[in-house]
Design a protein around this ligand. Structure first.
Ligand code: SF4
Length: 317
């Protein structure tokens, strides 16, 4: 869509956007642990990939660490929503730490698939992004027989012991379109490969990408609220860009460069699954200051997913 004036006039808000059930639960686990046990509460890795959320919890007494070596004896430790390798869990329990697991139940589901498939003698190909903590956690559910692929070229180079005893799993926050390409390559090269019963890409990833696919063609520019290390936020930006719409990711409203809006009339706004609605609203407010007059929330999937908290975190009333 080509704009005709120098000022943005309308903001379109994607639906759904922002927090998913796994992020809600993970933040609630840290908040409750702080209330019940006091600070410090140690958290292995950023609880979710959002700077605003992490800074807020840090102010309240959470200490974010990358290694268990930085967790003192007798501490309370929380695993982030991305999950951990089995060896990390075993070491934390061996040390007698009080552990609460904020791994998203939809990531845990993939961990259980890996464990079951390995027990049945399958080698497993994981489709995911190297270095992402969820991928490290899922790859770390087995000590052998795991292969990581990111692209169709990786599939072409893959060497497996028995193509008839092969299965795949995926990271939960992939681009659905990119994942389909890699999965297509896997199926073409290994026709007997076993698929997950239900795809591992989660409902929140699917819904947020679908919402951007619906929104982007109606916009001149798309702004994604999310931190640079958030996988699902990056994918939302790519989804818009692939539809030929310039798209930018911001962690805070002041990061919006007015030059992005020059000559644009309709601005789409969405937020990754780890980005709070307060930040999305702050972005809307900044866009209003830059000239946008109207805000319209688009139609989209309604979500009513919630996950139970781990035992031991009930608040006394
Ligand atoms: S994006 Fe999906 S897998 Fe990740 S925390 Fe949210 S619901 Fe769970």
């Amino acid at each position: 869509m080509t704009a005709t004036t120098g000022y943005p006039s309308e903001i379109l808000l994607a639906q759904p956007r922002g927090f998913c059930a796994g992020v809600d639960r993970a933040i609630e686990i840290v908040e409750r642990a702080l209330t019940l046990f006091g600070s410090p509460i140690y958290v292995r890795h950023e609880i979710v990939h959002n700077a605003y959320v992490v800074d807020d919890l840090r102010r309240k007494g959470a200490v974010f660490v990358e290694s268990l070596d930085d967790v003192p004896d007798d501490a309370t430790l929380i695993f982030s929503a991305h999950g951990v390798p089995k060896a990390v869990r075993a070491r934390a329990l061996d040390r007698g730490l009080r552990v609460f697991d904020a791994t998203c139940p939809l990531v845990t589901k993939v961990h259980m698939e890996v464990t079951k498939l390995r027990a049945e003698g399958f080698e497993i190909v994981m489709v995911g992004h190297r270095g992402h903590p969820e991928v490290e956690g899922t790859m770390g559910q087995a000590s052998a027989g795991m292969h990581l692929v990111e692209t169709a070229a990786d599939v072409a180079a893959l060497e497996v012991a028995d193509p008839d005893r092969l299965a795949y799993v995926t990271q939960t926050t992939l681009s659905i379109d990119d994942a389909m390409e890699v999965i297509g390559a896997l199926k073409a090269r290994f026709p007997a490969i076993r698929e997950p019963k239900k795809q591992d890409i989660c409902y929140a990833t699917q819904n947020r990408q679908d919402a951007v696919k619906f929104m982007a063609p109606q916009c001149d520019v798309v702004i994604v609220v999310g931190s640079p290390n958030s996988s699902n936020s990056n994918r939302l930006r790519e989804v818009a860009e692939k539809r030929g719409v310039p798209a930018y990711m911001v962690d805070a409203p002041e990061q919006i460069d007015p030059a992005w809006l020059g000559g644009k009339q309709r601005i789409g706004v969405t937020a990754g699954a780890s980005a709070p609605e307060a930040l999305a609203q702050a972005v809307v407010e900044r866009l209003r200051q830059l000239g946008a007059c109207y805000v319209r929330t688009l139609d989209g999937a309604q979500e009513n997913v919630s996950f139970p908290l781990p035992k031991g975190l009930a608040l006394l009333s």
